[in-house]
Structures are given as C-alpha cells and as structure tokens.
Design a binder for this molecule. Structure first.
Ligand SMILES: [Zn+2]
Length: 78
C-alpha cells in the first residue's frame, strides 16, 4: 500500500494523508492506554476507497509492544 499500489484493486491510485497538517484534536488517532493516543498516517485508494492506517511514531510503537498483548496469545471466545 505504501508503495502507491492498492492491494485490493491493484490500481496505482493510492494517496497519503501523511503530510496533511491536522489539528491534534481532529486528527485520526487510536488510544494506546488511558493517557496516550497516537496519530495514524492514512493511505487511501481513490479508485476503490480502501484505507490503510500506519503508526509512524516509534515511541508509541514501543509503548504498544510493552502494553498490548500479542495477538497470537490473545484468546478469543467464539
Ligand atoms: Zn483500490
């Protein structure tokens, strides 16, 4: 996706919101814990509408690594 090619439809029509300045209050963020949020870089395919989001802040990735359980170890009841 970040190479500009959409993984869903294969079109080279991916646009990045990475450099769009947004106010912190209106930006796209996810919560890490009660005190911390991290901003997401959004990549949008303008051909099919598919969206992918990435975290570019290394400190936040390290925080998630320490605080969030591994997905492979998380048991989900079905
Ligand atoms: Zn697409």
């Amino acid at each position: 996706m970040r190479d500009g090619i959409c993984p869903k439809c294969g079109h080279a029509s991916v646009h990045s919101g990475r450099d769009i300045p947004v106010k912190a209050s209106s930006g796209n963020t996810i919560p890490i814990d009660f005190q911390h949020h991290v901003a997401l870089d959004n990549f949008v395919c303008v051909s099919c509408g598919y969206v992918e989001s990435y975290i570019s802040d290394k400190a936040s990735l390290e925080r998630i690594e320490k605080q969030w359980p591994d997905a492979s170890k998380t048991k989900r009841k079905r």
